[in-house]
Design a protein. Structure first.
Length: 177
């Protein structure tokens, strides 16, 4: 409510209402058509329903030959971090350029399809079979064969990786991280 005079008040909706996803769960297999359209599986679309009206950002992954789908709120949080970097430091400027290379704003249409731009299809080597894999607050989009290879390659190292990354984290009194 905004006081705009002695006798009148304007009731305005909160324009700064933020909705955040706690996490996205699941791995889904689907297909891309010849035009690069991907039908989002219903369980995933339901999880993303909060973000549907705001849209998404689709970008190249930094470490893997896959794409990352950011709900717009998550993208804005990432950009807040990146905007804190000093652009007069060459490494920072180079990082920003490469991190944002190929970034596209995309929407999921009324039929639940996401159009993957051609340059991102080429980067991620997506052919027909695709895996959508949750990665906490974003969704990775993989060519199925590359996804299977990435998962198989990491099996051997996963126990060591888990210990290195999570071994010293113990937030709960029950000893379970």
């Amino acid at each position: 409510m905004v006081n705009c005079g002695k006798y009148f008040y304007i009731f305005a909706p909160n324009q700064f209402k933020a909705t955040f996803l706690n996490s996205i769960v699941g791995t889904y297999e689907c297909k891309v058509d010849a035009k690069g359209r991907l039908l989002i599986p219903a369980p995933l679309k339901k999880q993303l329903s909060i973000a549907l009206q705001d849209g998404f950002v689709l970008k190249r992954s930094v470490f893997q030959p896959c794409l990352e789908l950011y709900p717009m709120n998550e993208w804005n949080l990432m950009m807040e971090k990146i905007n804190k970097l000093n652009r007069f430091v060459k490494k920072n400027n180079d990082f920003i350029r490469r991190f944002t290379a190929g970034v596209k704003v995309v929407e999921i249409d009324a039929l639940g399809r996401l159009l993957i731009p051609k340059d991102l299809v080429v980067f991620s080597q997506i052919s027909k079979d695709v895996v959508l894999s949750s990665a906490v607050n974003i969704v990775e989009i993989w060519d199925k064969d590359l996804y299977e290879k990435a998962i198989d390659d990491s099996v051997i190292d996963f126990a060591d990786l888990a210990e290195d990354v999570m071994g010293n984290v113990n937030d709960d009194a029950n000893g379970i991280s």
